[in-house]
Design a protein around this ligand. Structure first.
Ligand SMILES: [Zn+2]
Length: 251
């Protein structure tokens, strides 16, 4: 059958240059669709297909969970992670809907307590998670090759050309200072490695500046942890943070 098809194609190509050109175009389009990983469905269609897969494999198969979630949410965790497309906590921890209340922003930063300041996206999510959802664990997760941290490490204070990014990253200023003190003469990547973790500790320290966070941590109703996802070597590290860093575990 295949040989017969090949023979037909050969004959067509030899006898009809116009048909040969059309055939080449068709093959190129088929290769683009099926061999390059791209799909004719388009980027939004890709999301629709993803949702259909989720609906049939997860939503429709766990009515007990989704019926419960219709009545509320009781997440045990609040996770603060980077917006980076490679570090989605739901993916790397295999979290179910309802398990984690989440904030993602550039370089997984938590600003210090500043009541009534600006548009407090992180602070309001934190307040809801702690006061209303009563989460038991807050985990701030940094990651390897963080573009935000690289910008923090390599941009002088007051410099930079973005409308918002450098200003936001100033939350991590103490981490930059610690990095320059400890690792300032190293290559940029080494400095980033240090700062990616140190900035998590800055955010954990900032968490304790919220009076209702500190009160719950002191009362042992809430624990806060630092985390670090290294997708270069494929590892995850987590450490407890009380009033100092302690008890590190690597997976
Ligand atoms: Zn990042």
């Amino acid at each position: 059958m295949a040989a017969s098809l090949n023979q037909k194609v050969d004959a067509l190509v030899k006898s009809n240059p116009e048909a040969a050109k059309k055939l080449e175009e068709t093959i190129a389009a088929l290769e683009k669709t099926y061999l390059s990983g791209e799909s004719a469905e388009g980027p939004i269609g890709r999301l629709g297909r993803g949702f259909q897969t989720f609906k049939s494999n997860v939503y429709d198969k766990d009515s007990a969970l989704f019926d419960k979630l219709k009545t509320g949410q009781w997440p045990k965790y609040m996770i603060i992670a980077c917006s980076d497309s490679r570090v989605d906590p739901a993916t790397i921890f295999g979290l179910n809907p309802g398990e984690a209340f989440m904030v993602r922003n550039v370089a997984n930063m938590v600003p210090a307590w500043e009541p009534k300041g600006g548009y407090p996206s992180v602070s309001s999510a934190l307040e809801y998670a702690v006061k209303h959802l009563k989460v038991e664990h807050i985990i701030v997760i940094g990651h390897r090759l963080c573009g935000g941290i690289k910008a923090l490490v390599t941009t002088e204070e007051g410099q930079g050309s973005h409308d918002f990014i450098e200003n936001w990253l100033e939350i991590g200023k103490p981490a930059r200072a610690a990095t320059k003190a400890v690792s300032g003469s190293d290559e940029v990547d080494e400095q980033c490695k240090f700062c990616e973790k140190e900035s998590v500790n800055v955010s954990l320290t900032n968490l304790l500046s919220y009076p209702w966070v500190k009160e719950k941590v002191v009362g042992k109703k809430l624990s806060i942890h630092g985390g670090f996802y290294d997708f270069v070597e494929g590892s995850f590290q987590v450490w407890d943070f009380e009033l100092n860093v302690s008890h590190s575990q690597k997976f």
